[in-house]
Ligand binder design. Structure first.
Ligand code: B12
Length: 210
C-alpha cells in the first residue's frame, strides 16, 4: 500500500493515532503537504461520505473519521501557511443558518489561509445578520458561504438578499460551496462564484479579487 492509500484507510477506520503516525511519516519523507491532504485525508473522507449515504456507516463512525482526518490536517497546517505571505484580502467564512456541517468549510478556510488571505471563521448555523455584522466589523472583501443540506441551501439566497437590503452587496464578492451546490444554483441566487473543492475555492477568490 502506498502512503496515500494507507492514510485514506486510516481515516475511513477512524484511527486518529494511525493517521497522525502516517501523516508524520509522509511529511518526513518529503511528500507534498497539499497532496497528503487531497489524496490521502480528503480521499478517505470521500469514501466515508459514500458509505454513510449507502447506510454502511453511521454517525458516530463518521465523526470518528472526521476527527481522524482533523488530526492529520492539524499536523499539516504549519507546513502550508507561509507566515511571510502578505494579506491578500479578508474573507468571512461560515456555514449558513440551520446547517451544522463544517468539515468542508474548515478545509476551504485552511486553503484560503495558506494562499495568503485573512480568514474570519464565523462557524456554523450562521444567520444572515451575523454574516453582515462580521463583514462590517472586519471590512471584508469576500463572503464565503457553505451549505450541505438541500434545506439550508435557501439560506444562502436569504443571506444575499439581506446583503442587498443592507446596501452591502456591491462591497463584497460572495462565493458559495458545499456538496449540493452547483454553478447553476450559484447563478440563480446571484452569487459571484461557486467552487467544488477547497483548492478551486482559493483559485476562485484569487480571480474575483484580481
Ligand atoms: C459528516 C456528515 C455529517 C456530520 C457533520 C460533522 C461536521 N462537523 O461537519 C453530522 C453527523 C453531524 C451530520 C449531520 C447531519 N447530516 Co450529514 N453528512 C455528513 C457527510 C457524511 C459528509 C460531509 C462532509 O464533511 N464531507 C467532506 C467534505 C470535505 O466535503 P464537503 O463538505 O462537500 O466540502 C467540500 C466542497 O463541497 C467545498 N465546499 C464546502 N463548503 C464550501 C464553501 C465555499 C465558500 C466553497 C467555495 C466551497 C466549499 O470544498 C470542500 C472541500 O473540498 C455527508 C455526505 C456527503 N457525501 O456529503 C452527509 C450529508 C450532507 N448529511 C445529510 C443529512 C441528512 C444530515 C442530517 C439531517 C442527518 C440527521 N437526520 O440528523 C444532520 C443535519 C445536521 C445539521 N443541522 O446540519 C445528507 C444531506 C441530504 C440533503 N440532500 O440535504 C448528506 C448528503 C448524507 C445523505 N446522503 O443522506 N452529517
Amino acid at each position: 500500500m502506498g502512503h496515500f492509500e494507507e492514510l485514506s484507510q486510516a481515516v475511513i477506520a477512524g484511527q486518529a493515532s494511525k493517521v497522525v503516525e502516517l501523516t508524520k511519516a509522509a511529511l518526513q519523507s518529503g511528500v507534498e503537504p497539499l497532496a497528503i491532504i487531497n489524496d490521502g485525508l480528503i480521499a478517505g473522507m470521500n469514501v466515508v461520505g459514500k458509505h454513510f449515504k449507502e447506510g454502511d456507516m453511521f454517525v458516530p463512525e463518521v465523526l470518528m473519521s472526521a476527527r481522524a482526518m482533523g488530526s492529520g490536517v492539524e499536523l499539516i497546517k504549519p507546513h502550508l501557511s507561509d507566515g511571510e505571505v502578505p494579506n491578500k484580502g479578508t474573507i468571512i467564512l461560515g456555514t449558513v443558518k440551520g446547517d451544522l456541517h463544517d468539515i468542508g468549510k474548515n478545509l476551504v478556510g485552511m486553503m484560503l489561509e495558506s494562499s495568503g488571505y485573512k480568514v474570519i471563521d464565523v462557524g456554523v448555523d450562521t444567520a444572515p445578520e451575523e454574516f453582515i455584522a462580521a463583514i462590517k466589523e472586519h471590512e471584508a472583501q469576500v463572503l464565503g458561504l457553505s451549505a450541505l443540506l438541500t434545506t439550508t441551501m435557501l439560506s444562502m439566497k436569504e443571506t444575499i438578499e439581506a446583503l442587498k437590503a443592507d446596501g452591502l452587496r456591491d462591497n463584497v464578492k460572495v462565493v458559495v460551496g458545499g456538496a449540493p451546490i452547483s454553478q447553476s444554483f450559484s447563478d440563480e441566487i446571484g452569487a459571484d462564484g461557486f467552487a467544488p473543492d477547497a483548492a478551486s475555492a482559493a483559485e476562485l477568490v484569487g480571480k474575483l479579487l484580481a
